[in-house]
Design a protein around this ligand. Structure first.
Ligand code: 13P
Length: 256
């Protein structure tokens, strides 16, 4: 039995426009999903989506958040601004930000803390690259990312999500098999037990991301420690994304 409510998050990255907003929103209006569903569009489109979504259960998330509260930080958007705009969650430490924008574990930890302080659900992204997997240091990399990103964080009953996104699976069409993903998710939960405690680790939802499609979503979600999905490319096709959300909702209903 799944203990945790499934969550499906779309990460549009630097894609999309007003057309995609309209077609995506239209596919969600009037529908009920037992799973928690969120879309992370580019910042510029958040307000447009939020206006459309006041009658839908869909939530809006951000792809990043500033580690700073306010001040002379050109180009940044704070957790407080996101919360006030109506955002529910934020991705932190996505592998593309780690690789291309020099994000590190210490910065992620500050961002997790900032998000929690402003009642945004932090989704801390972790994952090994192909070379790290091939040299059998996956667990070491994940341990460093989790400990570095969560040290000193006290959840005080607040929610946290972890997204396991193996870099070799992102945008490649080569998703991790459900068995490989489950094995890693189980390791992540054990690590969360060491960082927090068993009860906390058992309520943190761990999402899988990396070439998720409507064809592999169900098998992934059926794994005991896979509590949700973080979807890139497939979320840019509204019909495809809705199909993934429906599968997550069916599993939620079965498990209820
Ligand atoms: P893809 O689903 O396109 O592989 O992207 C995954 C991802 O990076 C989501 O954050």
């Amino acid at each position: 039995m799944k203990q945790r409510k499934p969550i499906v998050i779309a990460n549009w990255k630097l894609n999309g426009g007003l057309d995609l907003i309209c077609t995506s929103v239209a596919s969600f209006i009037g529908k009920h999903f037992a799973a928690q569903i969120a879309i992370c569009p580019p910042y510029l489109y958040m307000r447009d989506m939020l206006t459309f979504l006041q009658y839908s259960e869909l939530q809006i998330g951000s792809q990043n958040v500033s580690r700073y509260e306010s001040g002379a930080y050109t180009g940044e958007t704070s957790a407080q601004m996101l919360k006030q705009a109506g955002c529910s969650l934020c991705l932190i430490g996505h592998s593309e930000r780690r690789a291309m924008f020099a994000e590190n574990n210490e910065g992620c930890q500050i961002k997790v803390r900032t998000a929690l302080n402003h009642e945004l659900l932090p989704v801390l992204c972790v994952g090994e690259n192909q070379q790290q997997r091939e040299t059998n240091i996956t667990e070491q990399v994940l341990r460093e990312q989790l400990r570095g990103g969560l040290t000193g964080i006290d959840l005080h009953g607040k929610d946290l999500c972890i997204a396991y996104e193996p870099v070799w699976a992102i945008g490649t069409g080569l998703a991790a098999t459900p068995a490989i993903a489950q094995e890693v998710h189980q390791f992540i939960r054990a690590e969360l037990t060491r960082i927090f405690d068993e009860a906390t680790a058992n309520r943190v939802r761990i999402l899988y991301g990396g070439s998720v499609t409507k064809s592999n979503a169900r098998d992934l979600l059926q794994q005991a420690d896979i509590d949700g999905l973080l979807v890139g490319g497939a979320s840019l096709d509204p019909g495809h994304f809705v199909a993934i959300c429906e599968q997550a909702s069916e599993l939620a209903e079965i498990d209820d």
